[in-house]
Ligand binder design. Sequence first.
Ligand code: GUN
Ligand code: ZN
Length: 475
Amino acid sequence: MTNNLIGIRGSFFDFTDDPWKFVGEEEKSARFFRDGLLVTENGMIRDFGPFQKVSPKYPSLDITHIKDRLILPGFIDGHVHVPQTRVIGSFGEQLLGWLQQWIFPEEMKYKDRAYAKEGAKQCFENLLAAGTTTFQAFTTSFAVSTEEFFEEAARRNMLVIGGLTGIDRFAPADYIDSADNFQRDSARLIKTYHRTGRNIYAITPRFALGASNELMTACQNLKKEFPDTWVHTHISENPSEVTLLKDLHQCDDYLAAYEKYDLVGKKFTGGHGIYLSNDEFRRIARADAAITFCPCSNLFLGSGLFRLGRATDPEHRIRLTFGTDVGAGNRYSMINVLDEAYKIGMCNNTVLDGSIDPRQFDEAEAERNKLSPYRAFYSLTLGGAHGLYVDDRIGNFEVGKEADFVVLDWKAGQRAIKWHESLLVSDAGPTTMDEAAQLLFAVMILGDDRNVDETWIMAERAYKKTPTEQTASLR
Ligand code: GUN
Ligand code: ZN
């Protein structure tokens, strides 16, 4: 960190509100400064606005001028499995078979500290190269891998959320942990890492199907003892899982398995939520809890189509983050997540258009399924921060927040985007909010991590794309 005032000049795009609140006029939720200036001090945002207005206040400011790029708040990934880095995109199974065949054998290797450390490093580098500056992570059931995760985050000064990932059934004997061990190790890790530097700790039962009553009770005890911690898990991802779960925990629906142990409240996130009922959505909304939508994973594992328009229904609007779910998600890039999320929204509208049951057509829900560039990039930035209860610190360029941001090169990526760009903007780049939004739509549909030119953490550059390869340098 530096004590110097630093200025970043360029074209900025961020959000001040939720675009789903502004149907038909979503631009009211966003901000675009074609020639803007971000002033930071010790990594914090001190000033922000049009260059002509802000710059006279800082006559001797050291300014980095980033030209021909769009600067957005850093992307927030609500759901990543750090120890799945080496088995991303493994073949042939749906969730339960995939866990047994590919995932548990790999995660068992994270008992070894050196293996865990190298895996964490690779994962952070991939995420930084994708423009992700904050993520919520699963580790393994070994405390060493959780330690290496937080140590890696601290070295990079990144705001992360994570925790020891508890499982005491439905996995090989060498991998499961006892509820007592889990509670003891989690308590020690919370005391060591929670709110040290930028680290945030999440009590992390892997999923209710892998948790006995004893493990769930351990989580309940931890949350009672450390009420400031977050809670992170999976929910309602796959039909076989949902069916088995109801018998195991003797509950009417998936959410009830977590409610029974007082885990569903503020700072709770469940990954997926594909098969949630309207009643579960209502209870999640009332509890002010969150769901993470992981479209790449949901398609890769054939889990199902998340009901985006239902999750954003104002009658029970839930907090929502988007996530890669690497390694079931086959991309680290949140740009790819938007691409697949858009398609899932469109597929949901095929169902809603009456082709299945005309009586269920809901025009408003169909509209909410449309992932416009405003809704999309809000979900990766301010929306993601809101979902994870860190919007007081990150998510946009408000004064007082921490200066994490991503620099997008809309001309990079596949050839098609170059052709597209020429239709949309002049050589000087987008001049209006509408042009910038259209460009962002092209990036999310045609682009990928090649469009990420730089990633900055607390006003320091942590990643710069090189012409020949995409590597993130360890600072
Ligand atoms: N449910 C329990 N564990 C996992 C996991 O590792 N990935 C996904 N996608 N779902 C899970
Ligand atoms: Zn997951």
